[in-house]
Design a protein around this ligand. Structure first.
Ligand code: ATP
Length: 214
């Protein structure tokens, strides 16, 4: 049987309950066999992460332990190049069965910026796009994306069929948590308890991460 695999990329600097709840809800709603969290090495679109790839990977691994179908995938950390989604998809496709379904999870804002991504017009050859739409979503859709949506949108995410090629929007109310907020709390000596899983917090403290001197 073909597998359904979700992909959530991010810097995860650090991973927090916003990422984890969102991922778990998608996995349950869409009956995913796996939802892989993929820490990025050198994100093309933003500043360098504050802590090392090894630490971010270790924290994601601690966060998902014992919560199938959430899994960590370290392939972007194996490359010493910017993490382009197209390369990640091609690498995954090289390992999976031809019929396996890949769903790339994107926030609405990220979706609106898609035309600036490297080889963006090839992404749908390898996966579906699952766009997570917040109730307050702003962001103006460029004309190229309006056309793409008109051609490829499936109204019900459950109805995504085949290995890739379609787009579905999924409404989700995210928890108001960000890694930026957590880094600021820790740098000012405040607690991040209940915003990250306890084993992640223990790792942060053991390794002295995100202190003002880092
Ligand atoms: P930062 O504050 O450093 O920008 P972040 O908290 O937004 O980080 P990222 O690692 O950049 O975390 O996010 C990875 C993915 O998770 C992105 O697709 C982002 O939209 C999504 N995400 C971030 N925060 C939340 C949240 N609270 N709920 C649901 N999804 C989230």
């Amino acid at each position: 049987m073909a597998k359904r695999i979700g992909l959530l990329g991010g810097t995860f600097d650090p991973i927090h309950i916003g990422h984890l709840r969102s991922a778990l809800e998608v996995a349950e709603q869409l009956n995913l066999d796996e939802l892989r969290l993929i820490p990025s090495a050198r994100p093309p679109h933003r500043q360098a992460p504050q802590v090392s790839a090894a630490d971010r990977l270790a924290m994601v691994a601690l966060a998902v332990a014992g919560s199938p179908p959430l899994q960590v995938d370290d392939r972007e950390l194996q490359r010493d190049r910017p993490s382009y989604s197209i390369d990640t998809l091609l690498s995954l496709r090289g390992e999976l069965a031809a019929g396996d379904q890949l769903l790339l999870l994107l926030g609405w804002d990220a979706f609106c910026g898609l035309p600036s991504w490297h080889r963006w017009d090839e992404l749908l050859n390898h996966c579906h796009l699952l766009v997570l739409q917040r109730p307050d979503a702003g962001g103006v859709l460029p004309p190229a994306l309006s056309q793409l949506l008109a051609a490829r949108e499936v109204k019900d995410p459950q109805a995504l069929r085949g290995p890739g090629g379609q787009i579905a929007l999924l409404r989700q109310t995210p928890l108001a948590v960000s890694a930026t907020q957590i880094r600021h709390l820790l740098a000012s000596g405040k607690s991040a308890r209940f915003l990250v899983p306890d084993p992640v917090l223990a790792y942060i403290h053991t390794h002295g991460l995100y202190r003002a001197s880092n």
